[in-house]
Design a protein around this ligand. Sequence first.
Ligand SMILES: [Zn+2]
Length: 253
Amino acid sequence: MGPIAEIVVGGLLGAIVGSFLNVVIHRLPRGESLSHPRSRCPGCEAPIASYDNVPILSWLLLRGRCRRCGERISPRYPAVELLTATSFAAVVAARGFDERLALELPFVAILIAIAGIDLEHRIVPNRIVVPAAVWALAAAAFVASDELPELALAGAAAFLLLLIAALAYPAGMGMGDVKLAGMMGLYLGVSVAPALLIAFAVGALVGVGIMIREGAAGRKMGVPFAPFLALGGLLGVLAGPELVDLYADRFLS
Ligand SMILES: [Zn+2]
């Protein structure tokens, strides 16, 4: 396969995975089964036919409505599919089509699911973070065994750093964010440093923006932090090693 074909394969895989992430984001926090029943229309409860469940395309063709009853289907569904497709394609383009995708693509999918769930429910589920951490170590043992010490150290360091931040500023983040940061270290290694820096910088900017717009009310809104960690994690996968090299060249040589 040429590089363009590999990127297209990554994008198509991402669209399909994104469709499953919609199910995870909707059902996992509600304690529902991920495998059955089939997806149903929230209005008429009719099962959605497979030809109406094609990622992104079906929503566009049906103009965001159920074929049977015309109930509006949230644009969140195609948005998650498009985001996952774009992210997977970008990971393949930036990092290449090799066995390390066994770490990179599941990591990106997990970040999108966690961001979606935290935005809606204000929780970072252990039921995702713990298996994700186990997968990081298991997959790394096969495809990146020489990196295992670095990954373990980065996981521990990120966990401790966020633990200190959460203890110092309990209103800003919870233990879910602390565990998420630790899990991110297990996937990113030293790239978790730029990832956390990006998360804090963008999170602080958005927090200040909300306070300026909403005044005192904004201060009490409590912005969920996991989506910022997820953004940092995604950029850490795409450009982490380059950002670390840039820093090392400038300041450590
Ligand atoms: Zn319907």
